[in-house]
Design a protein around this ligand. Sequence first.
Ligand SMILES: Nc1ncnc2c1ncn2[C@@H]1O[C@H](COP(=O)(O)OP(=O)(O)OP(=O)(O)O)[C@@H](O)[C@H]1O
Ligand SMILES: [Mg+2]
Length: 328
Amino acid sequence: MSVAVDVRSLVKEFNGFRAVDGVSFKIGRGELFSLLGPNGAGKTTTIKMLSTLLRPTRGDALIEGFSVVKEPGRVRRVIGLAPQDLTADDEMTGWDNVYIQARLYGLNRSDARRRTREVLQWIGLWDAAHRKVATYSGGMRRRLEIAMSLVHEPTVLFLDEPTLGLDVQSRRGLWRHITRLKGEGMTILLTTHYMEEAEALSDRVAIMHRGRIVAIGTPDELKSRVTGDSIYIEPVDPEDLQGILESLESLGLDASIISGRVVVRVERGDSAIPIVARAIGGFRVKSMNIVRPTLEEVFIRLTGEALSEGEEGIDTFKFRRMLRSVRR
Ligand SMILES: Nc1ncnc2c1ncn2[C@@H]1O[C@H](COP(=O)(O)OP(=O)(O)OP(=O)(O)O)[C@@H](O)[C@H]1O
Ligand SMILES: [Mg+2]
């Protein structure tokens, strides 16, 4: 595989706190690679070092052969970045935001106009190009950020939480654009805390937890680390949960109650179903499903924590940053 991104033992400390703790991985040319992890895992800090916005405390990374530490200017010319915190100016039109970006990258007026039109058409924002960004939906804003990151025709693209906060439909719309970029040969590093997203888009995934990569591989490889299926049983009457649990346990099955359902961990769902069905025959059951291993489960088993935990919570650092920006 020809390597586009080579990350070598990156470390970032903030006042002694290690946000990124020795991260290494390689991304092949044309590959879509995801960093999957919960709030505070160190995904954005990693992307900021790779895009030269933050200087590593230790370690280095080569992007298309250029060192982020020694050749940041060269790195910037070959990368595009769509950051987690949106950068487009609300009071300007989509066109102006992209055009200014093109000029900042040194394109002359006519090239900048041509590229602005191309990327806005490509990402499906042409009809809205002359509207103020303030009137855009969340999905349109995310698409605009991607358009801005593409004006100078980078070969490596960093997408930091490209679908954060979007509804399922807009998220899928954005996935189509990302897949299309990959189809055109772009090398893409994406961060997400939606395991479904990592699974749907990525060639390979690195699971990040507290500044470290705890597992790396294709979605299938990672899932094969979790052996066995889960059977979820939902009774008509929640009062039956305990009874169902006990009758399964009396057969020696590994069962537990998780948010209104009984979960049975089995080696193979299809062959265990008849046994489970017989065991709970005396109860009225609303639904019974076999769930194959997901990346979420891989994450839970590796870290002992749920991936989606704290998704709605307040990250104290972000909160402080928000306060600072209000005071300014
Ligand atoms: N400039 C900074 N100063 C101090 N601490 C920071 C700074 N930037 C990030 N951190 C801390 O480093 C850790 C990693 O943050 P980072 O933003 O990289 O996580 P993340 O994986 O991108 O999380 P999220 O899903 O919330 O975007 C967090 O604990 C965060 O509070
Ligand atoms: Mg982040």
